[in-house]
Design a protein. Structure first.
Length: 386
């Protein structure tokens, strides 16, 4: 489906068109939307889905399932394309509410399964582990109910993903994840589990075991040539090396970050969130090692990509200029710092309804720099960059 022509399909039908045909049309549009998930024009995609939700509401009293599916699609895009966990949780919750109002059918139960999974994933990301476990339990109950009807979930990997998510939410997650490996599943799934085990060890400050598990994940990813998994494993291995106290680990970590960025760029694009977030990790690692010249160059190299992805007047670009200004101050490049701090403040003045501590701090920094242009100002707010 060509998304650029999608908006025409959301126009209200003429009165003589039957409700049955309206609902049929709506379902056809919804079925086509998942095919567009990898599109780069995210804002247009979101705008179209928001219109689709509004359109589905017009007929929800006759058939609430299209509205549930529209909420699910919108929540999925917020999560996959923007990492907006709160919006993902909200729309998956709305999807559950509307799907539960439908008489039991294969389509309804599949929508519930996918909605509960998305809800659980978002809640886990938001730190709501108990509520995430409740959502995964509800999803597994729906899978069981689907089995009673003689069917399986539409997505072949969904049952597995729900099981892994449930294991991660459990207090016994390490044991459950290790038991999953003993089942000797396909290499791609085991690679993912090894990464989750590495995350567990890393959360518990056991970097050596985290390194071992990340290496196992990367070895498996290399076996079945999954570029996305290779990139994920390489990035995670880089993070473990950066945190490791061993000799030569930092150099190895920086090298792996750059390799991961190249893999993400090849498989997705330079504008993908995975690529940009890995660039951020590389920059932060360079700053941590006080490699400020390299950090500035890496930061400036992603400027255009961030503008294309988020827009010039966005929080991401305000943060970009603030971080660049902080680095310039560390390098005593006062004039350049003043210029980019002003850029950051200009953006914040546009996108924020009222000043906050960040805008106040930047404004005070600018005043300090303007009052003493030739000397490094005596303040500490931006002397370190997180």
């Amino acid at each position: 489906m060509n998304l650029h022509h999608t908006s025409n399909k959301f126009k209200l039908f003429e009165p003589e068109v039957s409700l049955t045909n309206k609902l049929k049309h709506l379902r056809n549009v919804l079925e086509a939307f998942p095919l567009e998930i990898d599109r780069e024009d995210t804002e247009m995609y979101l705008h179209s889905l928001i219109k689709l939700v509004a359109y589905a509401k017009l007929f929800s009293h006759e058939d609430p399932l299209p509205l549930a599916a529209a909420h699910l699609a919108l929540g999925l895009v917020y999560v996959v394309k923007k990492s907006y966990w709160k919006q993902g949780e909200h729309h998956s919750s709305e999807a559950v509410v509307h799907a539960e109002n439908v008489l039991t059918s294969k389509e309804q139960i599949n929508t519930l399964i996918e909605s509960y999974y998305l809800m659980g994933y978002c809640r886990l990301k938001l730190g709501k582990t108990g509520e995430a476990l409740e959502a995964t339990t509800a999803a597994r109950n729906c899978i069981e109910e689907l089995g009673y009807l003689g069917h399986k979930p539409n997505c072949p990997d969904l049952e597995y993903k729900i099981a892994v998510l449930a294991a991660w939410c459990s207090p016994s997650r390490l044991q459950l994840l290790q038991e999953s490996l003993e089942c000797q599943g396909p290499p791609d799934k085991n690679a993912y589990i090894h990464l989750m085990i590495a995350q567990y060890y890393r959360d518990n400050k056991n970097i050596n075991d985290a390194l071992k598990s990340a290496k196992q994940a990367l070895n498996l990813a290399n076996q079945f040539e999954d570029v996305a998994m290779q990139a994920d494993a390489t990035r995670y291995l880089a993070e473990c090396y950066i945190e490791s106290p061993g000799h030569g680990c930092v150099e190895e970590g920086l090298l792996l970050f750059r390799k991961s960025i190249a893999l993400y760029t090849t498989h997705f694009s330079g504008l993908d969130l995975s690529t940009l977030s890995t660039n951020d990790l590389l920059i932060n690692a360079l700053i941590k090692q006080e490699m400020y010249d390299e950090a500035v160059e890496e930061l400036k190299a992603v400027k255009e990509a961030k503008i294309l992805k988020f827009g010039e007047f966005s929080k991401q670009m305000a943060d970009f200029y603030k971080q660049l200004g902080s680095l310039y101050l560390i390098q005593s490049r006062t004039k350049e710092a003043l210029s980019v701090f002003k850029s950051s403040l200009s953006i914040l003045n546009v996108i924020q309804t009222k000043p906050n501590s960040v805008t106040t701090s930047i404004r005070n920094t600018i005043k300090s720099l303007e009052a003493n242009k030739t000397e490094k100002p005596a303040f500490k707010l931006y002397s370190k960059v997180s």
